[in-house]
Ligand binder design. Sequence first.
Ligand code: NAD
Length: 454
Amino acid sequence: MDVTIIGCGYVGLVTGVCLASMGHNVRGVEKDQRKLATLQRGDCPIFEPGLHDLLTETMKNGGISFTDNVKQAVKEAEVVFLCVGTPPKADGTVDMSFLEGAGKEVCDALAELKNEWLVTIVVKSTVPCGTNRKLYNFLKEQVPGAHYAVVSNPEFLKEGTAVQDCLNPDRIVIGGESPEAFRMMRRLYDPLIKREDHFMTMNWESAELTKYAANSMLAARISFMNELTVLCEHYGADIEEIRKGIGTDSRIGPAFLRAGCGYGGSCFPKDVAAMEHISKAAGYESLFVHAIQTINANQKKRFAEKIATKLGRPVQGATIAIWGLAFKADTDDIRESASIDVIKYLIERGATVRAHDYKGMENMRAYLKEYADQIEWSADPVTAAAGADAIAICTDWPQYTTLPFRKIAATMNQPIIFDGRNCLHRDVMRENGFQYYPMGRPPVEKELRLKSRV
Ligand code: NAD
């Protein structure tokens, strides 16, 4: 089928490349000229495992191409995906300007097209309830004779495993009112549908709310576990044991029960905040959704405070190695990452930060440019730790677990690790002479002799 993707960010690019790999003829529209030039060269503007190879392969066989010409791309399509960003505004409500802009461009194209065949416009961006209906009515008003349908198709992929998630979806949710458009979407996704009941059709509002509900539920599980770390640390319980103890209950299940120094990313924080505003707009104050966010913000702060209180010396003048900047492993996305809160907290109290990440360095360097003088960017974690007063782990990159810890301890001013992701083994830390502070787990504490600073 002829498919146009408007917005080639994380979601649009992964969707476009995966659809092309399934044999569809895909045109990606991107208005950011730098990103567009990168894509037209066959390079990936983002890091996502497997994406670059699939992009190369699909570009080579002509399955996907990139342009900034929306009108032309829409005119050639049966299915038009809107994959533009819906970032949060300062007050937590959703910034709809990109979606409105893209909707207007589709509208102009439809006005010129005068098509006889059905053009299905697919809203993949995460949008508040009522958006798809509004878009449908806007088009009906602006281009009364046009033959089109609007469907909501929320995306559930996870950064870091986006290609795998896109090619192996748990379910495909389609919201709308047009049986013809439902059939078109069923045909589009046919190679991915392994069980008929995993292709779900519903009304627009249900599909829109499904996306917010899913992310709020997942964030709630994390926040609940994070809240439990406070009790664990007080009573001497171990959150990892509790995770196993409750995760094996078939009513609960094991997913999203890992405690840490707070969730981040481009989705959970903004979608949970949006859920709160969606509730407010309905005249309902959601105490639950509000609590998820408060606990998350507190957890990031609690981690930073733990570093300050257990450091054994004033933060002022200390050097702290931050291992991990991306909001999670296997991505270069640093949006709302816990590391941002921790770095700012430490720098504002007079520390020097040595930052390391396997993929997110460039993005963080651009994001924290006003802190440039207080941050040293380290090419590897071992260098970051040398001479430091502590290491704080903010991202669970698996590479951090297999480092030469004995050597690292010997080069540090004082061998302390604050493990915000519980990714290291307590016994390994003890054996290698570290004072070790995980989240919600008994620490490894001992007398440390401060080395004299050179
Ligand atoms: P993104 O910011 O990475 O990408 C959006 C892209 O759209 C940008 O490259 C931007 O330049 C482009 N764009 C904006 N307006 C355009 C226009 N008129 N024409 C052409 N290009 C345009 O955003 P993202 O992370 O891919 O998210 C997109 C949507 O998907 C959001 O609503 C988000 O909430 C949702 N979502 C994201 C994820 C995720 O993991 N990133 C997962 C599920 C859902």
